[in-house]
Design a protein around this ligand. Sequence first.
Ligand code: HGY
Ligand code: MN
Ligand code: MN
Length: 411
Amino acid sequence: MTVPQINGPRLLTSLHVLGQIGALPGGGVNRLALTDADRQGRDWTMARMRELGMRVKVDAIGNIVGTFPGSEELPPVMMGSHIDTVRTGGLYDGNYGVLSGLEVIATLREAGIQPRRPLAVAVFTNEEGARFQPDMMGSLVYVGGLALHDALTTCDADGVTVQAELQRIGYQGSAPVGAPLVDSYVELHIEQGPVLEQMGLQIGVVEGVQGISWTEFSVEGQSNHAGTTPMALRHDAALVAAQVTVFVRELSQRLGGRQLATVGAVRLSPNLVNVIAQQAVFTVDLRNTNSAALAQAESELHTYAQHAAQAEGVHISHRTLARFEPVAFDPEVVNLVEQQTQALGASYQRMPSGAGHDAQMLARICPSAMIFVPSVGGLSHNVREHTEPADLQRGAQVLLQVVLALANRSF
Ligand code: HGY
Ligand code: MN
Ligand code: MN
């Protein structure tokens, strides 16, 4: 059987059409989970699935799964990713994996190829975790790692629940979560980092995902007049937020290796130029491929935060927003990605993923792996996110060949 070729222009067009939904003036996409823009993106993607003759289901946490029938009624080989974005997102993060899955289906249909196993394309709810934590929420519920009730009752910063938003946008589906059972899962994604571009390589054969630790700290100080309160008498919540921000940068440098640390969100109250901050609520994102090193970073962070709060005479509390151990993908599926990449003659390297992905959740229930393509300038979660058309097409071709091999294998 000659392997059919992905229609690159059609894939690119679909990325740009979807990218119009939630488009930011001047470029980029804002399609935060469960907003109206997310609903429109979901509507468009489901219509595309139906045009391709796929059977489409929406489950109780809003995951969308389209299935293309195989010649045998077996658990499907699943592709997919997410179409929710961060507030300053790009065209490709998540969207590329979903639309490439649909492009694979379109290409096989055109070629009149029906694989032995069905092929599924999933759109997982709230992968980003930018509005509702944790990230990868929909796929975590899908694999039974988070109770549906706990996900549905999660609130955003304005106290709005996931359930209320799912119902508002019409995506609290009736399908049970975790269906269909999945044979294997392959996720195509942009690298979102600088490695492939710096090494001049075309494909990343992803071996796993690093560990992730998200913590939200709340510091309660004492608001007071900026002009009349002596420095020694202050209980300044903003100071502790700033001290922790500097500490985690120093911590990552001292621990070295692959330790990463980010203070991404800081909310001060009352947030006024002439008032000492009463409250500071801020987040710390720690990541490491090494489980023990990540635990050590967390321990040092909490010790430091407590001491800084004590020294300033403020109260500090924290809650965990997300905590995932490093994940290793299935060696056989990773080998298959490597073989198909070699068959295409593409340059590549094996590598871990710095970003979290739905694949790290599906890996809990079936053999899973990922394929990366280069990100220009290593940029992502940035409106200037970009990947070259040739790289987009090549990655989708590797995806097609990997899932076809998985779907037609005899065992
Ligand atoms: O945070 C992450 O790594 C992913 O983009 N949700
Ligand atoms: Mn993503
Ligand atoms: Mn992302």
